[in-house]
Write a protein that binds this ligand. Structure first.
Ligand SMILES: Nc1nc2c(c(=O)[nH]1)N[C@H]1C(S)=C(S)[C@@H](COP(=O)(O)O)O[C@H]1N2
Ligand SMILES: [Mo]
Length: 196
C-alpha cells in the first residue's frame, strides 16, 4: 500500500518541526464543516456511554471513558486546517498530546502505524512519526466549547502537519499496527501520507 509518493513524504517529514501557530484574532469564523455527508447527518454520540476502544500493539487495552480522557493533561493549539478540496481555515483545538496518550496505553512506539475507526463509518491511519509529533493532539475541545457534534464530538485527532482527511472526527477506536490500515478516502486514491 505504501506508494513511491508516500515513501518520499515519510522521508521528507521532519518529526520535530512545528507547524505555524496563530493568534486568536486569526481564527476563521464560522469555521467550515466537512464530511462525506451533510452537517445534519453528523453522528450524535452519547457522552454517558461513550468508550474509546484501544487495540493492536498496546499493553493496556482497557477502554477509556470521557471522564478518564478529560483528566489527562491538555494543551491548546491555534493552527491551520487544510482541506484537499481547496479551502483552509484556522481553528483552536484543545486536548491531550497524542504521544502522551500512546505512552499511557503502553503502545509499541516502534510500530509503523496507528489506525482509527469513527462513529460515522469513516476511517484513516497515520505513520508513527506523525503520531509522535508534538502538535498531534487527541482533541476534546474547539475554542471555548466542548468539541461540537459537527467538528467530531466527543473526540478527534488534530494534526496541523496533515491534510484535513487525515484528521479523523468522532473516533471510537484506535489501534497500533505494522500493516498499513488504509482509510476511507485513501481507498479511493487519496494519497495515504497526506502531508501538508
Ligand atoms: N469521521 C470523519 N472524520 C473526518 C471526515 C469525515 O467525513 N468523517 N472528513 C475529513 C475531511 S475531508 C475534513 S476536511 C475534515 C473536516 O473537519 P471539520 O468539520 O472540523 O472542518 O474532517 C475529516 N475527518
Ligand atoms: Mo477535507
Amino acid at each position: 500500500m505504501s506508494t513511491f509518493n508516500d515513501r518520499i513524504q515519510s522521508l521528507l517529514f521532519q518529526p520535530h518541526k512545528l507547524a505555524r501557530e496563530y493568534s486568536r484574532s486569526k481564527i476563521t469564523k464560522p469555521f467550515p464543516f466537512n464530511a462525506f455527508y451533510p452537517q445534519s447527518e453528523a453522528p450524535v454520540v452519547d457522552a454517558g456511554d461513550f468508550e474509546l476502544h484501544v487495540g493492536g500493539l498496546v499493553h493496556d487495552k482497557r477502554a477509556w471513558t470521557l471522564e478518564r480522557l478529560y483528566a489527562l493533561p491538555q494543551e491548546t493549539q491555534i493552527t491551520r486546517h487544510v482541506c484537499v478540496e481547496g479551502w483552509s481555515a484556522i481553528g483552536e483545538w484543545s486536548g491531550v498530546r497524542f504521544s502522551h496518550f500512546l505512552r499511557c496505553i503502553g503502545a509499541d512506539l516502534t510500530a509503523r502505524y496507528v489506525g482509527f475507526q469513527c462513529a460515522d463509518g469513516y476511517s484513516t491511519s497515520i505513520d508513527m512519526p506523525t503520531a509522535l509529533h508534538p502538535q498531534t493532539q487527541l482533541t476534546f475541545r474547539f475554542g471555548a466549547e466542548v468539541l461540537p457534534v459537527r467538528y467530531g464530538f466527543p473526540l478527534k485527532l488534530r494534526m496541523p502537519t496533515k491534510l484535513g482527511y487525515k484528521n479523523p472526527k468522532h473516533i471510537t477506536e484506535l489501534f497500533v499496527a505494522n500493516e498499513n490500515p488504509g482509510g476511507f478516502w485513501e481507498k479511493y486514491g487519496y494519497n495515504w501520507f497526506g502531508g501538508i
